[in-house]
Design a protein around this ligand. Structure first.
Ligand code: KIV
Ligand code: ZN
Length: 515
């Protein structure tokens, strides 16, 4: 009988801290539902003390999710812990995750605290969290660069105070696999009450070692891994959930534990997160990249045809790669539409949301013969269809472009319910559209990134456009899909503006000095 490996997903907290990866509340709820469907054990839903928006998002997820523990992050202070406790109260099962830095450099430069004060704060934080829930996790931040003697002391103190999970973060991605595995083994061996807690790891990918370090720790006895979909996260990201889960499953001969993840939900989760954040998945990314199961070399193709195990160690269908089937057309009804979306992991929250999405589907089906799964996913990823409370909406767009001349655009944008029309000129139709929208909204933001991707093959494929805007250090991603890439670009720009103006001040868990 194998041990259970607890999968703790932090896409909605650490993943969302990635510059530009911010998600709206509705988007976070959709990701959380997909994570629960995938049977993730613990969903870290956010950092409620960061802003009122983060608080409400965690609270909404806690109310919406069944089957997974909903966790909130809190620094080791009473305000953060009270906020976290209140936010996760509606959850069927809740956890509070509190942390404080323990490396010399963090204690001296960031916290400006002596080790004994850090120790006291950790104990007080865990005890306070325990007054709200029996499920408390403690992390000594930057453990990967902390003195093991001090780590042993603080871990013992946290367990005595009531922490049931001890998470060891390699916050800056500095460790090497053998070293990190040895650290876990040492801590579990030396901390006298270590048998009273589950040991967890949280590895960042600065040296590309997050997954290797996490797996080394699992081999040394860790039984929870903190990870994110597509490896999203601060800087170079966190350990990728799909890689951890599939490594442990595929090499079950090497591991004495396994996760309870429904692996067929991995690719849908990857696509959902990528679509919402606008962070593309590199084609050669393990497990979820489009080339992960593609065999180009003739010798490989020949082998796979004869016996797939010659070159494949996993089956594409086991991680959710399904043939991108033609599923619907213009004669398909509401029922077929909702059923197929349900199969793809999307459920409508209200009849109004369904009607809006169905109308968009009919519009698309009038112009596009065959509607694929990817088309449907793009349709509901569009925040319009998901029913986000949008401040701006693109109502009308017309462009003129010809060889050797400046392009022009006319747009009508609804701003807080009122329609405003403006013209723009630019180097090409897309530039003209952006300039026309800017003259309506006047955001003063900088365009940092513009990308176009064909959702399916064929010249009648929908174009999916990603737009990244930056203003005063705040970075947002917008996306839009349409058969016409100029219209898709206008939608993506407006989508990004809606995020830019949904502008609640947020604290960053690791940068704030006052704990
Ligand atoms: O990287 C880190 O140390 C964290 C902690 C809050 C666990 O994200
Ligand atoms: Zn982290």
């Amino acid at each position: 009988m194998k041990d259970k490996l607890i999968i703790f997903d932090t896409t909605l907290r650490d993943g969302e801290q990635s510059p530009g990866a911010s998600m709206t509340r509705e988007e976070k709820i959709r990701v959380a539902k997909q994570l629960a469907k995938m049977r993730v054990d613990v969903i870290e839903a956010g950092f409620p003390a960061a802003s009122p928006g983060d608080f409400k998002a965690v609270q909404a997820i806690a109310g919406a999710i069944r089957g997974s523990v909903v966790c909130a992050l809190a620094r080791a202070n009473s305000r953060d812990i009270e906020k976290a406790a209140e936010a996760v109260r509606p959850a069927e099962a809740s956890r509070i995750h509190t942390f404080i830095a323990t490396s010399e450099i963090h204690m001296r430069e960031k916290l400006r605290m002596k080790p004994d004060e850090v120790l006291r704060r950790a104990a007080d934080a865990v005890k306070l969290a325990r007054t709200h829930t029996d499920d408390v996790e403690f992390s000594p931040e930057d453990a990967g660069r902390s003195d093991p003697d001090f780590l042993c002391r603080i871990i013992e103190t946290a367990i005595d105070a009531g922490a049931g999970t001890i998470n060891i973060p390699d916050t800056v991605g500095y460790n090497l696999p053998a070293q990190f595995g040895a650290l876990l083994a040492e801590l579990m061996e030396r901390v006298p009450n270590s048998d009273k807690a589950v040991f967890s790891v949280h590895c960042h990918n600065d040296l590309g070692l997050a997954v290797a370090n996490s797996l080394a720790a699992v081999m040394a006895g860790a039984r929870q891994v903190e990870c994110t979909i597509n490896g999203l996260g601060e800087r170079a990201g966190n350990a990728a959930l799909e890689e951890i889960v599939m490594a442990v499953r595929t090499r079950r001969d090497q591991f004495s534990c396994d996760s309870g993840i429904d692996t067929a939900q991995i690719v849908p989760a990857s696509r959902l997160v990528s679509g919402i954040t606008g962070f593309p998945v590199q084609p050669n990314k393990a497990v979820v990249g489009v080339n992960a199961f593609a065999h180009e070399a003739g010798i490989h193709q020949d082998g796979v045809i004869k016996a797939r195990e010659t070159y494949e160690i996993m089956r594409a269908e086991d991680v959710g790669w399904s043939a991108n089937r033609i599923v619907l057309g213009k004669h398909s009804g509401r029922n077929a539409f909702t059923e197929r979306l349900k199969f793809l992991g999307f459920q409508f929250d209200s009849d109004e949301q369904l009607e809006r999405a169905f109308a968009r589907f009919k519009q698309l089906a009038d112009n596009k013969h065959e509607i694929f799964d990817d088309d449907l996913q793009a349709l509901v990823t569009d925040s319009d269809a998901a029913g986000a409370r949008a401040r701006f909406a693109l109502k009308h767009l017309k462009t003129t472009s010809q060889t050797g001349a400046v392009a022009g655009a006319s747009v009508t944008v609804e701003v807080d319910g009122e329609e405003v029309t403006a013209q723009g000129r630019g180097n090409g139709a897309v530039d003209a559209v952006f300039s026309a929208i800017e003259s309506v909204v006047g955001s003063g933001s900088l365009l940092q990134l513009y990308s176009v991707n064909a959702i399916t093959s064929g010249s009648d494929a929908q174009g999916e456009v990603g737009v990244r805007l930056e203003r005063d250090g705040r970075v947002v991603n917008g996306h839009g899909a349409d058969l016409d890439i100029v219209i898709a670009s206008g939608k993506a720009y407006v989508n990004a503006l809606n995020k830019l103006y949904d502008n609640e001040e947020r604290a960053h868990p690791q940068l704030a000095r006052a704990v």
